[in-house]
Design a protein around this ligand. Sequence first.
Ligand SMILES: NC(=O)N[C@@H](CC(=O)O)C(=O)O
Ligand SMILES: [Zn+2]
Ligand SMILES: [Zn+2]
Length: 435
Amino acid sequence: MTAYLITYVSILDEDPTDLLLADGVIAAIGADAATAAEDLQEVETIDGTGLIALPGLVDLHTHLREPGREDTETVETGTRAAAMGGYTAVHAMANTTPVQDTAGVVEQVYHLGQEAGWADVFPVGAVSVGLKGEKLAELGAMAASEARVRVFSDDGMCVHDPVLMRRALEYVKSFDGCIAQHAQDPRLTEGSQMNEGVVSAELGLAGWPSVAEEAIVARDILLTEHVGSRLHICHLSTAGSVRLVRDAKARGLDVTAEATPHHILLTDETARSYDPVFKVNPPLRTQDDVDAVREGLADGTIDIVGTDHAPHAKEDKDCEWAAGAFGMIGLETALSVVQQAMVDTGKFTWQDVARTMSYTPAAIGRLDNQGLPIEVGNPANVCLYDPKATRVIEPSEQVSRSENTPYAGLELPGRVIATFLRGNATVLDGALVQR
Ligand SMILES: NC(=O)N[C@@H](CC(=O)O)C(=O)O
Ligand SMILES: [Zn+2]
Ligand SMILES: [Zn+2]
């Protein structure tokens, strides 16, 4: 196995140093690295000048679409996109066809990830059978399976029935699982097309009000407090939700929250284009919401950045707004968007990036071999990033099988130069490693 000596690279915010990846682990850091490399058979040296070494990123919220919609993404293509974005692990959401609601399906997805070898895939289990919100799925069997599921979600659908939600929260306690909620009151969002506000009124599109998210966030905080369980809020998007989570944390509850890259960069003004590439659930909100979500990330109220990478076919996006599917891809642009919205604005250090995009998502997923700091002896899951580079986003250049990126034509900062999964390069020189 080739070893990699990365010279003069900054580990997060630290002064430049040398880093040696060998035998799947971080073998040496600092003056020892070059010396240790001399004893190795096959060593490739990478000039790390100007680059930042980040722990391999971990996504808690990816849609890989396999099984069922392999025309839009597969485990293989989605994890290639993940590697290009600096990720070494993704959690694969349960809204596949068939739904990931049995031990059999989650094991299948888990093994597809292992075979592909681009990033570790940790399947999320459905909360309810068929995402129907009626009957609890086989949570225990999924937890006990080879996929070791710890995160359960009906994402795409809200677990709306409070009795079902209460039971799910109770059930996962026995194996330290958590329920990741897609917070959307279905009655308050019937027919909704975009954020409810000034822009929706002007465009004449049916609104998706903030309260439809906040009502579920508030209810679930109360339910999890009552049960003494672990709740995760997916793709939080409103200023009011940030307030609710801040209050829950102040009261010591085990509630975590996630923000997507698109909810910290884009607003409902994008809907004026009538281009459904900007149609997503929850919808892009107002600048005040964007500011509040950024603030929530900066002060730790929002624990993580999750991509909600949601590939869709051309025919489901090249259409009028009302007919368009909800969702946008994001694995290959997440780090750049976080740099632009959080680092370049002075709200985040690179340590904060590592915390929200690697350490904490892995901790919420109860992963033990991902999301670890770059320290000698830890698995060599590393991303090398050039924060000074810039690139204009071109949909056809995305490695994902789908092209529904909302950043087409936009110049974003930064570029992933290399990604290593347990010491194996998945990306080098900014391109996928050919196999
Ligand atoms: N975010 C979206 O708009 N769509 C997601 C589902 C979801 O995350 O709710 C999808 O699966 O396409
Ligand atoms: Zn969702
Ligand atoms: Zn999702």
